[in-house]
Design a protein around this ligand. Structure first.
Ligand code: ADP
Ligand code: MG
Length: 598
């Protein structure tokens, strides 16, 4: 696939951080406006502005656009434009400095208390709680009152009252992180607490700190303005946005521009900071770098110049022909599925087997256009459902087929079931998506389905939450949801991998029985030949995105043609193998590696 010829249904997402930031138009607007402001306030001393403090009583309260005074003058005849720019400089400097101080102190407290836990945590957090127990503007006023009015004291006051926000946020995240396995691993490797905090915890909380900073900077500028407005911050004749607003208050009706101008400036700064903060948050989330921010489409993107190959098995329920699916990465496309063809008939079970990363899940998700785009893209091939080309269906029709004609069962039902809803409700939801049922009928049908998948005491169990069920029972719920709308095809992606062997056998039996009873086509994905031999009629062996061998299960098991198939089969231990099993596997894989090298 050459990257120039790609004409995706959806334009692809850009990947660089700047690209991502500018993808978000509002954040980009905030960034541009703030940059202009920053340039203006950094170069203020060199701008051709009149002295902001020079009074000229004859020129008092000139309206905007007067000669020599673009924004007019205030009650003492001072140039408002000059005071505005000098005042913005002061307000932004104080706001940012207070943000930085609060961020550093607050995060340090949060990390320490979250990581240390126990008594340290208790002590630090009760201190923070005490700070939070006061309305914070009152607290800031009290601090300034104690320290005396002035800009620096206003800065300290605002920094102190904002420490709790950082400390609380960072502590919560640190507690979650400090029990994670990678932190345990660092501990086991002999790292001390400081090294762990700096190398393991800090990089993970940094995005949160930056996001909290970008969202609180706006408030802090407002709070600085508030204190100055009350006469506790900037002292005359020094201008800052709050004091300008305060001084203009007396002329609100006679010369409204004196207070409107600084008011609009405060508004603009805070809005821009918030928009930019949102943008930065999105960019800092690594999951979004792969393009998810560029609004993943509801359907996998498709190359326009796809050649839809004819269907060699028009009677099959599902037929995939020459499917190529890849992922856009910067300038190139990494292909995960490289021309896969397979078919499943009514009442038949096809096993798709291959090691992890061979492209099984991507193949399965491609069937209903479920590979996220960007970065996913279907390059070529065709997918036929009862001889109807899925890839040329309209978006709405394809979405309507999901769950109705093709249903999925995924590996780990604990992650696919909603933790906050009882299982009965979740089955009802699957039913209601495609059937005009409601109320009692819906509930009865859900219970019947749970009963069908052999959940004991289904009526009572329907009210239970996923965490109250065992792994095997959860997977039965997954199967019930897949069966809800009597689909023609069920695709199950390693449904038993998370289960132990005895439960696995029960779930497989159930799946096989239901499939035969309802005459569905079952595409069964696994990495385990033992499972294949138990339930599949035919097998397709997948390696590195390609099907290397396919045929009836019995034939493949007794007479595998491909070296890779032989190795997969050898991985199934037999009773009586005893200690000879592992060396046998090792020999086979060594031989395979040598074969691959020669
Ligand atoms: P498996 O056979 O274990 O189910 P998958 O189909 O999940 O393997 O993955 C096949 C290949 O596709 C892997 O190399 C994987 O790295 C790649 N892949 C899967 N999802 C993505 C994604 N969202 N972005 C980039 N590459 C992906
Ligand atoms: Mg998989």
């Amino acid at each position: 696939m050459s990257d120039t010829s790609i004409q995706a249904r959806r334009t692809s997402g850009r990947i660089s951080a700047w690209g991502l930031l500018f993808n978000n138009r509002l954040a980009a607007a905030g960034f541009v406006l703030l940059s202009i402001l920053l340039i203006a306030i950094l170069s203020t001393p060199w701008l051709p502005l009149s002295d902001p403090d020079a009074t000229a009583p004859v020129n008092r309260l000139l309206p905007p656009l007067s000669e020599g005074h673009l924004l007019g003058t205030d009650q003492l005849g001072r140039d408002i434009l000059s005071r505005l720019i000098w005042g913005t400089r002061v307000s932004i400097a104080v706001g940012f400095a207070a943000t930085l101080v609060a961020a550093i102190l607050g995060s340090a407290i949060g990390i320490m208390s979250g990581y240390a836990g126990g008594r340290t945590d208790n002590l630090l957090m009760r201190g923070i709680d005490m700070l939070m127990a006061f309305p914070y503007i009152l607290l800031a006023l009290a601090i300034v009152a104690a320290l005396g009015p002035g800009l620096m004291n206003a800065l300290y006051a605002i920094a102190i009252v904002n420490i709790p926000f950082f400390a609380r946020n960072v502590r919560g995240i640190t507690i979650g992180l400090s029990h994670r396995e990678f932190v345990d691993a660092a501990r086991l490797s002999g790292k001390g607490p400081l090294a762990i905090i700096l190398s393991e915890i800090l990089p993970n909380v940094l995005p949160v700190i930056v996001i909290t900073m970008s969202t609180t900077a706006g408030w802090m500028i407002l709070e600085t303005a508030g204190l100055s407005f009350l006469g506790l911050g900037a002292q005359p004749p020094q201008a800052d946005l709050g004091s300008m607003l305060g001084e203009g208050r007396a002329q609100l009706f006679t010369a409204p521009h004196v207070s409107i101008v600084p008011g609009v400036m405060i508004f603009l700064i805070v809005i821009c900071l918030n928009l930019l903060g949102d943008g930065i948050r999105d960019v800092l989330d690594p999951r979004l770098k792969s393009g998810a921010l560029a609004r993943p489409g509801p359907v996998t993107a498709l190359r326009r110049d796809r050649h839809a190959p004819a269907n060699p098995h028009p009677d099959a329920s599902l037929s995939i022909v020459g499917l190529q699916t890849g992922f856009e990465q910067r300038k190139r496309i990494a292909s995960a599925v490289k021309g896969v063809s397979l078919y499943v008939r009514r009442g038949e079970c096809l096993g798709l087997i291959g090691e992890s990363g061979s492209g099984k899940s991507v193949t399965a998700l491609s069937v209903m256009g479920l590979v996220g785009s960007p970065p996913g893209i279907i390059g070529d091939g065709a997918i036929y459902l009862d001889n109807e080309d899925v890839l040329s269906m309209s978006e709405a029709r394809l979405i309507a087929c999901r769950g109705k004609r093709v249903a999925y069962i995924f590996q780990d039902p604990l992650t696919t079931l909603h933790p906050m809803y009882p299982i009965g409700k979740q089955v009802e939801e699957a039913l209601a998506a495609h059937q005009p049922l409601s109320g009692k009928d819906l509930a009865e049908k859900a219970i019947a389905l749970l009963d069908k998948v052999q959940i004991p005491e289904a009526r009572e169990r329907a009210g239970h939450y996923p965490h109250q069920l065992s792994g095997g029972q959860r997977q039965r719920v997954g199967i019930a949801m897949a069966l809800a709308n009597d689909p023609d095809v069920i695709i199950s992606d390693e449904p038993t991998t998370a289960l132990d062997v005895t439960v696995q056998a029960q779930v497989l039996d159930l799946l096989a029985a239901l499939q035969k009873e309802r005459g569905m086509a079952l595409l069964f994905i696994t990495h385990d030949f033992a499972v294949v031999s138990q339930i599949c009629d035919r097998v397709a062996v997948m390696k590195d995105g390609e099907i290397v061998e396919t045929g009836p299960t019995a034939r493949i098991l007794s007479d595998p043609q491909h070296e890779y198939t032989r190795r997969l089969i050898a991985c199934v231990p037999e009773i009586g193998d005893g200690p000879a099993f592992l060396p046998r596997i090792a020999r086979l894989f060594d031989a395979g590696a040598k074969g691959a090298l020669s």
